[in-house]
Design a protein. Structure first.
Length: 171
């Protein structure tokens, strides 16, 4: 059960950071100012929660490469071996980069204030779209690990987003 909770924590921690960025951008788009100090504190807390969640996965022998430096190590082979050992590795470097890039753009938006310049709106929308795609790539891995742990994972009904539905709220 602890392993299941750690998997859920990875999904929920990345989700909380993603929602922080979406909410902040939404507020700015609606003309509501966002306090830069409060935003900075919030995204730092979100980053710490994500790092904690991915760090906790090490208890299960899961290795997650979620830093830019992982690309260099993967190229050398050492990280690739760690990622694939026993089938418990996942390179989520793209997710880490997407979170960082979207946060950097979000910070630019907060500093620019309202009204947001059009080019910054476009950049933020692009970064948030990339983040959404990168975050969704984590879902199948988590669902697969849950299935390995014996947690029943139900498929969504026709007409919904097509994502796997998990009774534990991992989706």
């Amino acid at each position: 059960m602890a392993a299941t909770e750690r998997l859920k924590h990875m999904r929920s921690a990345t989700g909380a950071w993603h929602l922080l960025l979406l909410d902040t951008f939404g507020d700015l788009r609606r003309g509501r100012s966002v306090d830069s100090e409060a935003f900075s504190e919030a995204w730092h807390a979100a980053r710490d929660a994500v790092n904690e969640a991915f760090g906790e996965a090490l208890h299960d022998g899961l290795r997650f490469a979620h830093a830019r430096s992982a690309r260099i190590l993967t190229g050398r082979g050492s990280m690739n071996q760690a990622l694939t050992r026993n089938g418990h590795g996942l390179d989520v470097t793209t997710l880490g980069e997407a979170l960082s890039s979207a946060t950097y753009t979000g910070t630019e938006c907060v500093e620019a204030g309202c009204p947001l310049p059009g080019d910054l709106v476009t950049q933020a929308e692009t970064m948030l779209d990339h983040l959404h795609v990168a975050r969704e790539s984590l879902g199948p891995h988590i669902v697969g690990r849950l299935a390995t742990l014996g947690v029943e994972v139900e498929r969504g009904q026709e007409g919904n987003t097509g994502r796997a539905e998990c009774p534990l709220g991992v989706t």
